[in-house]
Design a protein around this ligand. Structure first.
Ligand code: ADP
Ligand code: TRP
Length: 353
């Protein structure tokens, strides 16, 4: 029997992967695969919450798979699968929903953010958001799948009985909910089915990679991303155009948000003493943003170039990709179907013929 601790994580099939995905998740996928029982998937069902174009969705699944492989996830070491290839997940999602409160789903930050965006609401007040969701009579709607997104994510994790979930900081609330649902199920049925999973980043705090536009996180829907597969020229251009400020005026003044964001990106890619030299240069007002950005672009390219080069070859080999996920689905279904049986039994859904 495999004694290694179970790891599970996934990324939605919504577009190419960017540096936020890489530093928040994918890099750890690779670093963990020797020491843990790793399971990584493409969340295509989660992607459906935003009603994507079917052809694009299917392409994205393959693109992200190729990106996992190009970044170094090894199908010999880790189980790589597509969420919808494991139908047990959808079945358990229905069952777990019976123990999830609509109130707690309505209060989830990611839901409120996405609902606000979809309805074009500018208010921050929870009450107003809820009123507009319920009262909205235009043809814009917030679908029930988006509301129950955290249930599906909890099932992804619990059905594999995973303990460690390498994800970025933005997913911590979802993990908190997963732990709550696990405890609730165990105690309601007086069973010990689910361990409580936690975020994992090798003892470091969870990562939040900032965008290039001055504020907030790097995200697919924010249009502020550096993609792992960006061509060299495109990537350099993006970095050179990143928002900064007018330059420090007084020695020792606090670093502005846009510049701090670039320094945070640098901390992920660049040698610490070089980052410090730019911090010092900001403090004594001698900083030159052009130089800093050139350095940053250079260091990002060191990370992304090998991935981009491998990506092209892997993406072109559809037979190989298909083989990887068909094997992965088989392995993922093994544990998933065992857990599903345990869940059904606990709930009294028992076949008797
Ligand atoms: P996006 O937010 O771009 O739509 P996903 O929601 O699919 O991407 O995120 C997939 C993984 O990447 C998750 O583990 C998430 O925490 C991580 N991630 C996404 N953006 C960032 C970011 N800016 N910083 C850190 N981690 C991130
Ligand atoms: N919600 C995650 C995201 O947006 C993707 C995801 C779905 C996930 N199921 C998961 C991550 C299970 C970790 C474990 O990034």
């Amino acid at each position: 029997m495999n004694e290694k601790e179970i790891v599970l994580s996934g990324i939605r099939a919504t577009g190419n992967l960017h540096l936020g995905n890489y530093y928040g998740a994918l890099r750890n996928f690779v670093k963990m695969q020797d020491d843990y029982d790793c399971n990584y998937f493409i969340a295509d069902l989660h992607a459906l919450t935003t009603n994507p174009d079917p052809v694009e969705l299917h392409e994205n699944v393959k693109n992200i798979l190729a990106e996992y492989l190009a970044a170094g996830v090894d199908p010999e070491k880790a189980t790589i699968f597509v969420q919808s290839d494991v139908p047990e997940i959808s079945e358990m999602y229905l069952l777990l929903n019976m123990h999830v409160g609509i109130g707690e789903l309505l209060r989830t930050t990611s839901f409120k953010d996405k609902a606000r965006k979809q309805l074009g609401i500018s208010t921050d007040s929870d009450e107003d958001i809820e009123k507009q969701i319920v009262g909205n009579e235009s043809n814009k709607r917030v679908n029930a799948g988006l509301l129950t997104y955290p249930t599906l994510m909890a099932v992804d994790i619990l059905i594999q009985k995973a303990r460690k979930v390498p994800v970025g900081k933005d997913q911590e609330q979802h993990l908190e909910l997963t732990r709550r649902f696990a405890r609730r199920f165990n105690s309601f049925y007086n069973v010990d089915l689910f361990p409580e999973p936690e975020n994992f980043n090798f003892g470091q705090n969870a990562v939040k990679v900032p965008g290039l536009d001055g504020s907030g996180k790097m995200g697919k829907s924010e249009g502020n991303c550096i993609y792992l597969v960006d061509e060299e020229k495109v990537l350099r251009k993006k970095v050179m155009r990143a928002v900064t400020d007018e330059g420090p005026k007084t020695p020792g003044q606090p670093v502005s948000e846009p510049v701090n964001n670039l320094l945070t990106l640098m901390e992920l890619t660049t040698a610490p003493e070089i980052v410090q030299s730019y911090r010092d240069a900001y403090a004594d007002c001698s900083i030159r943003y052009g130089d800093m950005k050139k350095q940053l672009a250079e260091d990002i390219l060191k990370v992304t170039t090998p991935i981009r080069e491998r990506y092209q070859a892997i993406r072109a080999d559809e037979a190989y990709i298909a083989k990887v996920v068909s094997l992965g689905a088989e392995r993922a279904r093994e544990r998933a179907s065992r857990t599903l049986q345990e869940v059904k039994k606990a709930m009294g859904i028992i076949k008797f013929y």
